[in-house]
Design a protein around this ligand. Sequence first.
Ligand SMILES: Cc1cc2nc3c(=O)[nH]c(=O)nc-3n(C[C@H](O)[C@H](O)[C@H](O)COP(=O)(O)OP(=O)(O)OC[C@H]3O[C@@H](n4cnc5c(N)ncnc54)[C@H](O)[C@@H]3O)c2cc1C
Length: 463
Amino acid sequence: MSSFDIIVLGSGPGGYVTAIRASQLGFKTAIIEKESLGGVCLNWGCIPTKALLKSAQVFEYLKHADDYGLKVEGVDKDFNAVVKRSRGVADGMSKGVQFLMKKNKIEVIKGYGTLKAGKKVSVKAEDGTVTEYSANNIIIATGARSRELPSLPQDGKKIIGYREAMTLDKQPKKMIVVGSGAIGIEFAYFYNSMGTDVTVVEYLPNIVPVEDEDVSKQLERSFKKAGVKIMTSAEVISVDTSGDGVKATVKTAKGEQILEADIVLSAVGIKTNIENIGLEEVGIATDRDKILVNDYYQTNIPGYYAIGDVTPGQALAHVASAEGILCVEKLANMHVEPLDYGNIPGCTYCSPEIASVGLTEKQARDKGIDIKVGKFPFSASGKAQASGASDGFVKVIFDAKYGEWLGCHMIGAGVTDMIAEAVLGRKLETTGHEVLKAVHPHPTMSEAVMEAVAAAYDEVIHL
Ligand SMILES: Cc1cc2nc3c(=O)[nH]c(=O)nc-3n(C[C@H](O)[C@H](O)[C@H](O)COP(=O)(O)OP(=O)(O)OC[C@H]3O[C@@H](n4cnc5c(N)ncnc54)[C@H](O)[C@@H]3O)c2cc1C
């Protein structure tokens, strides 16, 4: 039986990054994967969606070329080519992980892995052969899939999940997107830009409900301006798929309403891949669909660890990677600090983009903290005006007494690349004064961070 220091089960951004760091630290490492290397993120999540969204953004630019004094005639899209490009980008990234595995001398084992007691994993290859491997430490990183609601049973054709939504061979004319988290909103933006008539149905009172309320309201305005229909405090209670298209019954405060469309995208969250992987046989504890772990990702059974979407932290690629790195550094007896889940940035790559970290204004007020809030609109930013991207703002929240940077919320062009400033500032326990005195380049969108901080301290210049 082949034996390793570390076996990683699953090769998403949690698993493959863990394996690389483990190998760097001198561990003999193997990774088990049943599909393509790279997991959801590279094959079905972060990367292919961003490729689709880039096509949508370029298409928007071309459609609005006039705004920039340019004449572009005959602008059109080829939906299948857009999807093909996205798949090509995903395949390329997965091959990149293959290369990284080889470079780091990580053994890649193809097949379906099942945990066994005594720190073993049995792997069933595609041809049915079963091989057993053992390791001193086994790290579970099996990720998640699209969550199914009883009212929205996914048939892959008329009621679809994210995988189908990014590989449709025909663009729907009308689409209902159920759920307005990052996944639902990104697809709503993409399909609307491509010319599909999109209705977003959200159960809660605001779209992107985890974001600051000001951000939700701004996005709703921008989406409505772009032609997306939005129903909040609304619930899809059933979908009739018997006809040509779909008829969704939506319950709202005003009663029930029937929406007709070609397709329904269910984007109501994720379900972890924790069934049929041997957790019960080994005795690994779970709670509410997640594997229970301590600060260093140890499960209740010695020698077994879990990271990424299968654990309780935010279900994001950068969280999965950070958890995996921390887990193996701890195994290497390095001095590591537990991850600060309060300082994880979250991004939504629609247009305008959304990026945030830390407490929302409501969360800070609900905690009874005395706060200073500053907001700077991109309409007052020279770079935003020059770019034709004046929608949105940066909002910052500071503790009034100690100057701690409690939260940063952005909506606008390119803000997903700007949020790292707030993450780093908060990590270094910076105060508003220091951000204000750190000279930002002009003209950039990032000046809006400095100006928002200035606004919090009544020193704003350009408002
Ligand atoms: C449409 C979409 C867009 C997203 N966009 C973003 C984004 O922009 N930014 C962001 O941070 N996050 C994004 N996410 C979330 C992100 O993809 C996940 O948080 C991330 O992939 C989780 O990583 P993971 O390693 O825990 O698991 P996964 O990426 O799910 O990988 C798990 C891997 O384990 C394999 N596996 C499972 N069971 C077994 C088994 N028994 N044997 C062998 N292999 C197995 C699976 O095949 C899979 O490859 C997005 C998700 C979706 C669905």
